[in-house]
Design a protein around this ligand. Structure first.
Ligand code: PBG
Length: 332
């Protein structure tokens, strides 16, 4: 009887392995998160994210054309707002001539087929670095949601294909859908950050936007745990994703990625919309740091993590490795 089964027959060489491979990656699986800065001809590397830059709109557009030529079909945009425009209402977020709105218009003009998904959350515009309006020492849910609707409609007016609320306020997907529809933007989709955990993996991102929660006068929560999820929880992620689908989300997201692949699979099995996974800044930084030390191989770890995220159930992966991985995939 020994051995009745020989699993190694399907691993004998690269050809047979390629025939039985269950998951594949392609550049159109990726979305590239990009940081936008004021000014012209500006390209500033983020210290904790080697190879990732804040671009002024003129250079952003150039980079996006290149990404498109590599097969990448979606970008997530985040802005670094200047200190002068920050307050506790977030009103700069829906300024028709704000940095985000200018960036969306420029990208859609230069590369109309690139799907543009601006971030919808108040933190880049908040003097407190929080994703909502502060009242009595906490983040006020419903007034924040009304602000997010104005923000999303202004993104749609600028030409956004999707809006991507990353704030984790309750009920925002329903209000965003209603608000977009009322303004005539039935075709603008919503990719909801549904299961976004309160995670230390976001550290480098907050460096990029200078958006970490801070005490500026009023006492505010030192972290985002009253709105982002507790990483001890699993059922809560499914609940949040199902609510968002019910409220009208076209896609849902799980964030971060690699440490949360159990959640990715469970959400994938629970919903009938595409599941996006955000392979976040800290995940990127860890690989870059280890590779710099020569302790891990950048390209191999990158491809392994991206493949495993896809295998877990991701339809789309938002990753700072999008360009690097696309270049490697295009060579194959
Ligand atoms: C904020 C936002 C964050 C990220 C995306 N949108 C940070 C936060 O919630 O503090 C993190 C992304 C990353 O770490 O790459 N609305």
């Amino acid at each position: 009887m020994f051995p009745l089964h020989r699993g190694r027959r399907l691993r004998v060489n690269a050809s047979i392995r390629s025939l039985v491979r269950e998951t594949t990656l392609s550049p159109s699986d990726f979305m590239f998160p990009m940081f936008v800065a004021e000014g012209e001809n500006v390209q500033v590397e983020i210290p904790s994210m080697p190879g990732i830059y804040r671009y002024s709109v003129d250079l952003l557009v150039k980079e996006i054309r290149e990404l498109f030529s590599l097969g990448i079909r979606a970008v997530n945009l985040y802005v670094k707002a200047s200190e002068e425009v920050k307050d506790n209402t977030g009103k700069e977020a829906w300024n028709p001539d704000g940095l985000m709105q200018k960036a969306i218009r420029a990208v859609k003009a230069a590369c109309p087929e690139m799907i543009v998904m601006p971030d919808v959350a108040l933190d880049p515009y908040s003097i407190y670095g929080h994703d909502g309006i502060i009242k009595n020492g906490d983040i006020e849910n419903d007034s924040t949601v009304e602000a997010l609707v104005k923000m999303a409609v202004s993104h749609a007016q600028a030409g956004a294909d999707f809006v991507a609320p990353s704030d984790m306020m309750d009920g925002r997907i329903l209000r965003l859908r209603e608000g977009l529809d009322a303004a005539g933007f039935h075709h603008v989709g919503i990719m909801s950050y549904s299961a976004k955990y309160a995670s230390a993996y976001y550290g480098p991102f907050r460096d990029a936007l200078d958006s970490a929660p801070k005490q500026t006068g009023e006492i505010v929560p030192k972290d985002k745990k009253t709105y982002q999820m507790d990483y001890a929880n699993r059922l809560e992620a499914i609940k949040e994703a199902l609510w968002d689908v019910e409220e009208g989300a076209d896609m849902v997201m799980v964030k971060p990625g690699t440490a949360y692949l159990d959640i990715v699979r469970e959400v994938k099995d629970a919903v009938n919309v595409p599941v996006c996974v955000y392979h976040v800044s800290g995940e990127y930084a860890m690989i870059k740091a280890a590779a710099e030390k020569g302790w891990l191989d950048n390209d191999q770890i990158m491809m392994e993590q991206l493949m495993c995220i896809k295998r877990a159930g991701a339809s789309l992966i938002s990753t700072y490795f999008a360009k690097e991985a696309a270049i490697i995939l295009n060579k194959k």
